[in-house]
Write a protein that binds this ligand. Structure first.
Ligand code: APR
Length: 235
């Protein structure tokens, strides 16, 4: 690997699995027991806002009780000590990268956020949200979780594309590569000859795209990978 250039890291639910938060597509994952169409689309929210709020209230409670694991802390350490930018993009909405001292682009939003579907106002979400909540700015009963649902455009895409265009290494950690646009990031940088690394507990459907693979649990292998990087290219 060329030394000391920009590193772009994409994380998914696997990086928070050892913090006790469920993934989506593992055998015991969230989508094993709940249908996406019933809780994670604008149509689901229009049809049954109470059901959607209940799903995210459950996830918000779980995220509030979770603590960052060694993988989150290691990535924050890499951001602090690597002598070039380390851009952390997360599909997770649990806030654990920030809780570990990291700075992450939360492309799918955040459980800690509330959004008014009427006026676009954003504020800190209460632990429990209901369809009766009123927007603190416009008063409309149109409050929703500040989460990007299927069919909606993820946040920070222009910034993400710019970083993908001028990094020296792209790393995907704990993501199945099942959901676009994030699933396409690896192929896009590989086409430009940028080095790619996949860190995951198992092979994924997109593993063939990556130059290198580290197989293991994130809380074990991510700190080891960061230590190897920093010891080899200290700040
Ligand atoms: N360490 C490393 N990887 C792990 C661990 C672990 N302890 N546990 C699970 N994994 C890996 C799995 O092998 C899998 O590849 O994490 C990945 C989790 O995949 P998904 O459950 O599909 O989660 P993710 O890739 O983040 O999903 C992407 O889909 O449903 C939407 O919006 C949701 O952001 C989510 C998006």
């Amino acid at each position: 690997m060329k030394t000391c250039g920009k590193i772009v890291i994409l994380t998914g639910a696997g990086v928070s699995a050892e913090s006790g938060l469920g993934t989506f597509r593992d055998t015991d994952g969230l989508w094993a027991n709940t249908r996406i169409e019933e809780v994670a689309t604008p149509q689901a929210f229009a049809r049954d806002p109470a059901k959607v709020h209940a799903f995210y209230n459950m996830r918000r409670r779980a995220a509030a009780a979770a603590r960052p694991n060694a993988a989150h802390f290691a990535l924050a350490r890499l951001q602090e000590h690597w002598p070039a930018p380390v851009i952390l993009i997360t599909q997770n909405v649990d806030g654990l990268h920030a809780a570990a001292g990291g700075a992450a682009l939360q492309m799918h939003g955040a459980l800690s956020g509330a959004l008014c579907a009427e006026c676009g106002h954003r504020w800190s979400a209460p632990v429990e949200m209901t369809p009766r909540d009123l927007c603190p700015r416009c008063g409309a009963a149109a409050t929703r979780p500040d989460i990007v649902w299927f069919g909606e455009m993820p946040h920070h895409m222009a910034e993400i594309e710019a970083h993908l265009g001028d990094c020296m290494l792209f790393v995907a950690i704990g993501t199945s590569g099942a959901v676009y646009p994030a699933a396409g990031f690896g192929a896009g940088v590989a086409r430009r000859g940028i080095e790619t690394l996949e860190i995951n507990a198992a092979a994924t459907d997109v593993s063939a795209i990556f130059d290198r693979h580290i197989i293991g649990r994130a809380s074990q292998v991510v700190p080891a990978w960061v230590a190897q990087l920093l010891d080899r290219d200290p700040a």
